[in-house]
Design a protein around this ligand. Structure first.
Ligand code: NAP
Length: 302
């Protein structure tokens, strides 16, 4: 069985930052990732709020982190983690790719995009319903599309799609966007972005592939179908830490309970980035958590 000083679960910004700090602290490090490296930031076309970097694509940012961690000696394995067994000094991580052992563990599992919960959502996924505008937007060149959500992700998606698609309906359940004022200002200048406020998506329409989205106005109760070829769902994010429920304390929403020191309820297990209880979930705070968690893990190992 492969054994390392530190295993990090998740190759997003927090996990890869932790790997950089763990290697530089002289600890052998393995990063386990279920899908692709990079985490949520990979979906962002233009990052413009990371200090010192005026503009960079999320993909380039993540690739830079990934290469930096590997160049420092961190190993990366792609496998899905099923659970962790704490044997005291040693922790065994059970994955689809076999078991791995470590003496300190960093959970950097991030968050996943929330689903609408509509009955036809799964059937239309990949046939018009998407959770990633930068991944799938190009398939809808010149076509009318919709984005659902009122946060930074939804507004960034709407901006991005306004350069590719025809009309971009921006459906939000309230009359004011949650996104930063700078993002709201940018969409106000886009002629083809049409805000559809006080509305929720109530049904998905189409025969095999999406041809429309039914929305209901929460104030008037009126329903109408917006004729679109795609719906980009950007209604926030949720953690998925069920595999660690018996290992560390989670809050009611499923986030790992840990303070700014990244220490969880279990000695030798640390949590970094969006997966832990915190008030600000940003690229900068994920990177900072990676450093804090790795240095705490290194101190724990002595
Ligand atoms: P978010 O800020 O939580 O916004 C989610 C949006 O979806 C809100 O407008 C919310 O409405 C709406 N919503 C939630 N559940 C819904 C439902 N069931 N039906 C319809 N609408 C629903 O999520 P996010 O935009 O993905 O951003 C997540 C975090 O990442 C935030 O901290 C954000 O600032 C950060 N982020 C930062 C950047 C950046 O700095 N460049 C870019 C992207 C994301 P209400 O407003 O009514 O709650």
């Amino acid at each position: 069985m492969t054994e390392k000083d530190i295993i990090i679960i998740g190759a997003g910004t927090a996990g890869l930052s932790a790997a950089i700090y763990a290697q530089r602290a002289g600890k052998t490090t393995l990063v386990l990732e279920r899908e692709a490296y990079g985490g949520q930031i990979i979906n962002t076309p233009d990052v413009e709020n990371y200090p010192g970097i005026a503009h960079i694509s999320g993909f380039d940012f993540a690739t830079g982190l990934y290469e930096q961690a590997q160049n420092l000696g961190a190993e990366v394995e792609f496998a899905d983690v099923a659970g962790v067994e704490d044997q005291g000094g040693k922790k065994i991580v059970h994955t689809t790719g076999g078991d791995f052992a470590c003496r300190a563990l960093i959970l950097a599992t991030g968050v996943q995009r929330r689903k609408l919960g509509l009955p036809k959502e799964q059937a239309f996924t990949g046939k018009g319903v998407s959770y990633c505008a930068t991944c799938d937007g190009a398939f809808f060149k010149g076509k009318d599309v919709a984005v659902n959500g009122g946060g930074n992700t939804a507004l960034e998606d709407a901006q991005y799609l306004s350069r590719i698609a025809g009309k971009v309906y921006l459906i939000h359940r309230r009359d004011a966007f949650r996104a930063d004022p700078a993002e709201v200002k940018k969409i106000e200048g886009k002629e083809n972005v049409i805000p559809v406020l006080n509305c929720t998506v109530t049904d998905l329409v189409g025969d095999g592939k999406l041809s429309g989205v039914e929305v209901m106005n929460k104030v008037t109760g009126e329903k109408k179908v917006l004729p679109v070829s795609a719906l980009f769902v950007a209604i926030g994010q949720a953690p998925s830490n069920a595999a660690f429920a018996g290992l560390v304390d989670l809050d009611e929403a499923g986030y790992i309970r840990a303070g700014e020191d990244c220490k969880t309820s279990r000695p030798g297990v640390f949590a970094a980035g969006d997966c832990r209880t915190k008030s600000v979930r940003q690229l900068t705070t994920a990177a900072a958590d990676g450093a804090v968690a790795a240095l705490a893990a290194a101190a724990y190992l002595g």
